[in-house]
Design a binder for this molecule. Sequence first.
Ligand SMILES: Cc1ncc(COP(=O)(O)O)c(C=O)c1O
Length: 366
Amino acid sequence: MIQVNQSGAKYSAIVGIGEKLKQLEQSTGQKYLRLNRGIPSVCTIDLSEIIPLIDFNSAELQNYPPNSGLNTLHQAINAHYFNHKTKVENIFITAGGMNALDLIFRTLKTTKVWLPEFFWGAYANVLTINKIEFAFYSTYDVLFQKEFSEGETVLIGDPNNPLGNKYDDQLLLQIVDKLDHRNVNIVWDSPYRKLFYENDYFYEKLLSYPHVIIADSFSKSLGLSGQRIGFVHSLDNAFNIEFNTNLLYVTNGVNAFGQILVEKLLTTPEGQKAAFEFRAKTRIDMIKNIEYLKNKGLLAEEFYQDSEPIGIFTVVNMSEDELLKHHIGSVGLYYFTKNSKALASKYSRLCISVPHQELKSYFDLM
Ligand SMILES: Cc1ncc(COP(=O)(O)O)c(C=O)c1O
């Protein structure tokens, strides 16, 4: 028998929900609305005008890309996310956001990572694999008040997965300011943000804070989760040197086609139009869906007292089992918390980034 190195990380339980829905469809012959997923699914991004712009016979596409990513993509990210204000050497292309986070935690020397009370389960698993201790903060007020020890890290994601809520940017910057001045590392993981805003240069503001490490991804803002392209940004030279080495031995360079595709979407008029239309259509239906759930009294308003529900997820005051009776797939909120499982058991996370008419047709029957 082969001896296995057991990290203690768990395979995603959410994947099991999708499999259960498939079985139910087969056994009942009825359709289920899949709001359990985590991708923008109002529409796909229309790439038909972008593909002709790509030279599939080029060495750039066919050969190994540079370890930290294609320079053209670095420049596009610098322009679109940082308003040209960072150095391209601070940007590293990764195989999506998950890979970005894993490499960050491989590289960062930290005693403890503070996660939000309601958190994306992968954080805990990636930290477990990297043998890093973690704990939870319940509110941003707690972060303001807290005394941190040397070498601790706080993870911030906004809009949050699973709550789909957005805090005021000024408040977020005040928190970052406070943490940075106390020498606390901040891992900024907000891959949903760019779906909601056009011409958004929030990251330019984060450049004032040397303890911030940004992880981002094109899985959500361009709907390209299949391409596995993301990036990491840090201002710290020592971190960047070690990160680059870890990136080499984990990836040996990230898919060149995916990088070229993303670069064309960020820089060409055809690409920018396709990306804008994808996001605009997605936003219209998300707004309608949240409004609809609110009017039906299903939105769990208690989670949105000092923040705005914007998507792509929304928490409703029905359990996963209750929703399933109405042929709606969701993920129980208790999957996303360690400390508040009892409270969370009566709520579910819905992915409301689906066509409005489709969502309405299921909920109208309640
Ligand atoms: C909060 C958060 N961060 C990061 C990611 C990583 O996305 P990906 O690995 O597809 O780029 C996800 C994906 O669901 C997420 O929800």
